[in-house]
Unconditional design. Structure first.
Length: 411
């Protein structure tokens, strides 16, 4: 019997899905593509999508993998050859080319899990660490997907707010006040999205001390580790001491430092063997494994393309300096960009009854000027917008002219 399609039947979904939305970054992609398809002018400063092409060694390795008919399932955490390459790149290349700029422990291949993106590993970490009702502390401002990543297993995000007055890092007293008997862990991000902060030793020690005091897990998102500027030093919280290393999972990927977000390549590192095993279980029971072609070609990328990483860092340093100079001349305030690819611009002086939130500000900005930014409210602070420096200096100059004209019109 043919079903009656005129009557729509509702499906009873899991209750947790009512609390989870689409990633706002996906919404930005849709908005940009719609404007382009409609022939509208657009300058995309919304999505942190870095594109510097592919290094020649990697292109050659991909072609060879295809020609050799590489097309088989791999181990859930990545084959040993890939994990060995990640280990060498992490332990040796970073030490050689980022001496005194990156401080982090060495990891052997058995302490590494590869899969399809750093974002998936954050979700895998949430599934590994949090039971329904457990609380995870998230420092605000934050990368928006953190919230729903922990809601998926039924955990409760506990937002720890900070402001420019305390340099976007909460006091130890405030952090301690958020701990309950349900607190399971804390997620940190340095270099920081969206503020551009690079956490200092004192700040990392604060997190580590609280984690040790209350026996908390630490998820450390370090995907921007190679994008550090001036005299700033990226220090992994796992480098502080053995206890902290044992309770920490460090998450990285190719999307930022290598500018290859579309490749969907992430890896986690931890001194805790139980956590490594748990992450592999999540991978094996969800996606099975990543692309075998990418995994075969990736060692060539990781071991032969450090110049590509350095070129990206140098270009973003130029964009950061330019943006800081121009926005300062226009009177727009923001925290100094110490690392990463964003400017977190303070729009509070321009919010009023007709434009009361960062979301409305961002919507009007793209509607009137074609400039796409991310509303700070999505990051936990409604007084700001996040500007992704993904365009070259000439395009940034034009975008800032339009932003200033918009502010003057509505200010």
């Amino acid at each position: 019997m043919v079903p009656n399609n005129k009557e729509e039947k509702s499906m009873k979904l899991a209750e947790r899905m009512n609390e989870i939305g689409f990633a706002l970054t996906a919404g930005l992609i849709i908005e940009v593509n719609k404007r382009k398809a409609a022939g509208k002018d657009v300058i995309d400063l919304g999505l942190g999508d870095i594109n510097f092409g592919h290094p020649p060694a990697f292109i050659t390795a991909v072609i060879e993998a295809v020609q050799n008919h590489v097309n088989a399932y791999t181990e859930p955490g990545g084959p040993s050859e890939l994990r060995e390459a990640i280990s060498i790149a992490h332990n040796q290349h970073y030490s050689d080319f980022y001496k005194d700029k990156i401080i982090q422990p060495d990891y052997n291949p058995d302490e590494i899990v590869y899969t399809t993106s750093a974002k998936f590993l954050i979700v895998a970490s949430a599934l590994s660490l949090a039971n329904p009702g457990d609380e995870i502390i998230i420092l605000a401002p934050y990368w928006p997907p953190y919230i729903d990543a922990f809601k998926l297993p039924g955990a409760v995000p506990r937002i720890c707010h900070s402001t420019k007055e305390n340099n976007f890092f909460p006091s130890p007293q405030y952090l301690n006040s958020l701990i309950t008997n349900k607190t399971k862990g804390i997620i940190i991000n340095t270099p920081h999205n969206p503020t551009g902060r690079v956490y200092r030793f004192k700040e990392l020690k604060c997190i580590a001390d609280i984690a040790q005091k209350y026996d908390l897990a630490i998820i450390s998102d370090e995907v921007y580790d190679t994008l550090i500027f001036d005299n700033n030093v990226h220090m992994s919280i796992a480098s502080l001491d053995n206890d902290t290393a044992q309770r920490t999972v460090v998450i990285k990927g190719l999307s930022k430092g290598f500018g290859m977000g579309g490749m969907r390549f992430g890896y986690a590192m931890s001194k805790n063997p139980e956590l490594i095993t748990s992450l592999k279980k999540v991978v094996s029971n969800t996606i099975t494994c990543g692309s075998s072609i990418l995994q075969t070609a990736a060692p060539s990328l990781l071991l032969n393309s450090i110049d590509h990483v350095i070129t990206i860092r140098e270009e973003f340093e130029k964009r950061v300096k330019f943006s800081e100079n121009v926005l300062s001349e226009y009177g727009i305030q923001f925290p100094k960009v110490e690392g990463g690819i964003y400017v977190f611009a303070d729009i509070s002086p321009y919010l009023d009854r007709t434009m009361p939130t960062s979301t409305i500000f961002a919507e009007k900005l793209v509607s009137e000027t074609g400039v796409v930014v991310l509303a700070g409210g999505a990051c936990g602070n409604d007084n700001y917008i996040r500007i992704a420096l993904i365009q070259d200096v000439d395009m940034l100059k034009e975008a800032y002219k339009r932003l200033t004209k918009f502010i003057n019109k509505h200010g």
